[in-house]
Design a protein around this ligand. Structure first.
Ligand SMILES: C[S@@+](CC[C@H](N)C(=O)[O-])C[C@H]1O[C@@H](n2cnc3c(N)ncnc32)[C@H](O)[C@@H]1O
Length: 262
C-alpha cells in the first residue's frame, strides 16, 4: 500500500478510536516475528535483563532486543559525542527526559552523573530495578520535573516532543530551561522532515506554513500521538531562547538539534 493511502486509513482509524486495537494486533505480530531472534539474543547475552515487551512496543514500535541494544548504543555514542564537544565539565550532570526503558542512557559513559525521567511509571520502575549507575524519576505529563533549578549541564529528549501537544511543547521547553544550568546544552530529536506522503494534504499545508502538526485522538505522550515540527517552528518558536550551536543532523529518521541555553 502506498504511504499516502496508508496515512488516510490511519486517520480514519484514529477518528473511529480504532488505533489502540490495531496497534495491539501489530504488537502481537511483532512479538511472534521476533521470538526466535530474541531467544537467541538472550542465550548469547546472559547478563541482559530483557525489558518488558509490552512497553518496548509502546515506545519503539518494535520488540527486538538486538535493535533495542544496538540502536541504543549507536544513539548514545552520538549523544555522548555532542555532550563532550559542548560541555566542559569532566563529569557532566546529564538528564534524559523521556528516557523510556533506558535504551540510550544505559550506554552513556559512566563518568557522567546520569538521571532519567519518564511519565511511564512501569518503565521507570523497571529502570530502577535493572539499570545501575543511573538515577530514575517519574514525572507527570506536564511539568515540573522533580529536579531543582540549574541541576543539569546537558539534557536530551529523543522522540519525546514528537508525542506531545502544542501546550505541552510550550510548558516543557520552559521547564527544560529551568533545570539546565546557565549555558547548559539541550539536545532534542524532532520529526522535522516527514517522508513524502506522510502528511495528509491539510497537514502538509499547515506544516508548510510553519505550524506544528499534531495528531491526537489517543493518549497524549503515547507513540501514536504524534507531532511534526517544521524548521521555522523549531528555530523561531520552540528554541527561541536557545542558541542553536551546530547544524542539525539526521538521527534515525528524526532531526537532532543541539542548542545552548542563553
Ligand atoms: C518514542 S519513546 C522514546 C524513548 C527514549 N527517548 C528513546 O529514545 O529510547 C517516547 C518516550 O517519551 C515518554 N514521554 C512521553 N511524554 C512524556 C512526558 N510528558 N514526560 C516524560 N516522558 C514522556 C514516553 O513514556 C516514552 O518513554
Amino acid at each position: 500500500m502506498e504511504r499516502a493511502q496508508r496515512q488516510r486509513l490511519i486517520a480514519l482509524a484514529r477518528g473511529a478510536g480504532l488505533l489502540p486495537a490495531l496497534d495491539a494486533i501489530r504488537y502481537f505480530r511483532s512479538t511472534r516475528q521476533n521470538a526466535a531472534a530474541n531467544r537467541k539474543f538472550l542465550a548469547e547475552h546472559q547478563e541482559f535483563a530483557p525489558p518488558p515487551l509490552r512497553w518496548m512496543y509502546d515506545m519503539y514500535a518494535g520488540t527486538s532486543f538486538s535493535q533495542y541494544w544496538g540502536m541504543g548504543m549507536q544513539t548514545a555514542a552520538v549523544i555522548a559525542g555532542k555532550i563532550d564537544a559542548h560541555v566542559e565539565a569532566g563529569a557532566p550532570r546529564v538528564a534524559d527526559w523521556g528516557c523510556g526503558l533506558a535504551r540510550v542512557i544505559r550506554h552513556l559513559p559512566e563518568r557522567y552523573r546520569r538521571t532519567g525521567f519518564d511519565y511511564n511509571l512501569h518503565a521507570i520502575n523497571w529502570c530502577k530495578e535493572e539499570i545501575e549507575g543511573v538515577e530514575f524519576y517519574h514525572n507527570n505529563l506536564m511539568p515540573p520535573l522533580p529536579a531543582a533549578a540549574a541541576s543539569f549541564d546537558a539534557l536530551y529528549a529523543l522522540s519525546v516532543f514528537t508525542h506531545l501537544s502544542e501546550a505541552a511543547h510550550d510548558a516543557w521547553i520552559g521547564e527544560i530551561e529551568r533545570v539546565l544550568a546557565p549555558g547548559g546544552v539541550f539536545l532534542g530529536a524532532f520529526h522535522m522532515v516527514p517522508p513524502a506522503g506522510q502528511l495528509l494534504p491539510d497537514e502538509q499545508s499547515r506544516f508548510e506554513a510553519g505550524q506544528l502538526v499534531v495528531r491526537g485522538g489517543v493518549k497524549e505522550g503515547s507513540r501514536t500521538y504524534t507531532a511534526h515540527h517544521p524548521e521555522p517552528y523549531l528555530r523561531e518558536k520552540l528554541l527561541v531562547n536557545f542558541d542553536i550551536i551546530e547544524p542539525p543532523i539526521d538521527l534515525f529518521a528524526q532531526t537532532l538539534f543541539v542548542a545552548r541555553k542563553r
